[in-house]
Design a protein around this ligand. Sequence first.
Ligand code: ATP
Ligand code: MG
Length: 559
Amino acid sequence: MSTEKNTPSSPSLNFIEEIIEADLAAGKYQNIVTRFPPEPNGYLHIGHAKSICLNFGLAQKYKGYTNLRYDDTNPVTEETEYVDSILADVQWLGFQPANIYYASDYFEQLYDWALKLVKAGKAYVDFSSPEQIAEMKGTPTEAGKDSPYRNTSVEENLALLERMRAGEFKDGQCTLRAKIDMAAPNMHMRDPIMYRIKHAHHHRTGDKWCIYPMYDWAHGQCDSIENITHSICTLEFIPHRELYDWYIDSLDIYPSHQYEFARLNLSYTVMSKRKLLQLVNEQFVSGWDDPRMPTISGMRRRGYTPESLRDFAQRIGIAKRENMIELSLLEFCIREDLNKIALRRFAVLDPLKVVITNYPEGQTEWLESENNPENPETGTRKLPFGRELFIEQEDFMENPPPKYFRLHPGGMVRLKSAYIIRCDNVEKDADGNITAVHCTYFPESRSGQDTSGLKVQGVIHWLAAEHAKTATVRLYDRLFTVEDPAAEEDFKQCLNPESLRVIENALIEPALAEVSAGDRFQFTRLGYFCVDPDSTAEKPVFNRTVTLKDSWAKVSKKA
Ligand code: ATP
Ligand code: MG
């Protein structure tokens, strides 16, 4: 890739930055306050990462701050495990919330405000069933009908709301609704529900409440309590904005404002937490942090770096219209980062024995190889060379097609950081399978001091048999076979059966004998790999983060 691509994207402002700069220039705010408001009903995914980078990034740029607010208004789906993972993921991405709040912290305040709306004649208790409410709602082209409970007196509504809170009614028996306009063109303004009854235990408030606020009744008020200046959400909330403003106006509280941007859609990926939960529960993946998952924890385990995800968020930018981002852009971002930081190592996934017939038996020679040519400061490591080696099965062909530059009978290749070898003959078992390849090496062709005058086209990686260690290597492919699995009737029908391939007896060089979970390497010609937490001292486990693009061309050039 050209180096120009590394420079930050253009300094022009995105539309939210334009709004903020105009607000600041007009003196509307001294600084800005944003929030990231996840519902703790699942692990965060790459779409959330975009929202996190946007909210925290804006606050950093305009010298404000960002709150993490758990939107825990639905007691049924929320769990402490999710709460903990969300904070860990935000911090791993490189951001520190100024405050950590919970929508449930504000339940008492929200209730007081509900009383205020009832007293103002702007809310009422409705005993209509959900079906009746839906029935009376009308359609976008047809006005709704007033509920028979719409004109109950203020006193009676106050008493009923108190009884709702006190637990005197059953789930679904009644709701509190805002009294707005049953003929409003915006359906969200047709007397929206504010509270519903749920006799359910809440992960923080326990059994204190049996009425829980709806999203619209909670969200803007929470923003207002926290003096959020720019409340940024995804496009599907555009029709909610009128209601967001109506509640804030009616209560006469701090005027937070809502702005909408296009959510991230990524090809070959599902992003809804509901769908991700199905993959976990039905064991299509090993858990929320399976390296094939688009969750932040899955991507971390796969080997993605926080820098690469922030870079990705920056490159995709902020749009006002729905779009689909190519998964290959994400892979580009991680390659860019790992190319700079990952140490180079040799591993052989599918070994074929090579015997160097003119090399002395029992001798080991320690050659040097660069740790990372992109960063000379990382120096070199020692690589043992001997009479018996392993190369990839794939790098040898007994009957090659024309222009085959890897090893074949009579042909020569360079062993990277070592010598040029020539294949003389092959050894076969009774069934005719090749069990070893016999080669001659050229002592004057040693890398860095080659005086042999030999010209070869192919460069391959290798390991000294005596010093190789074994490892488990997990190779990943896309989880889905279609671009937009969410658009399919059943997204689970298009799972890729080859999304994971496990190699139990891969071979690795001795410099990889002691590694820790999270360490990242480039296995020459094979891709970037990250050490999995399943690793043991006896047997490390490596996850392939991403393949090397153009690996053949690249390695050959740098013989
Ligand atoms: P999901 O559909 O995955 O359940 P959600 O919107 O219900 O997502 P929340 O926990 O409510 O999930 O989201 C927290 C924040 O992250 C919200 O502000 C939401 O707009 C934002 N967000 C969620 N998904 C995306 C996405 N794909 N792209 C950008 N932002 C997103
Ligand atoms: Mg949500």
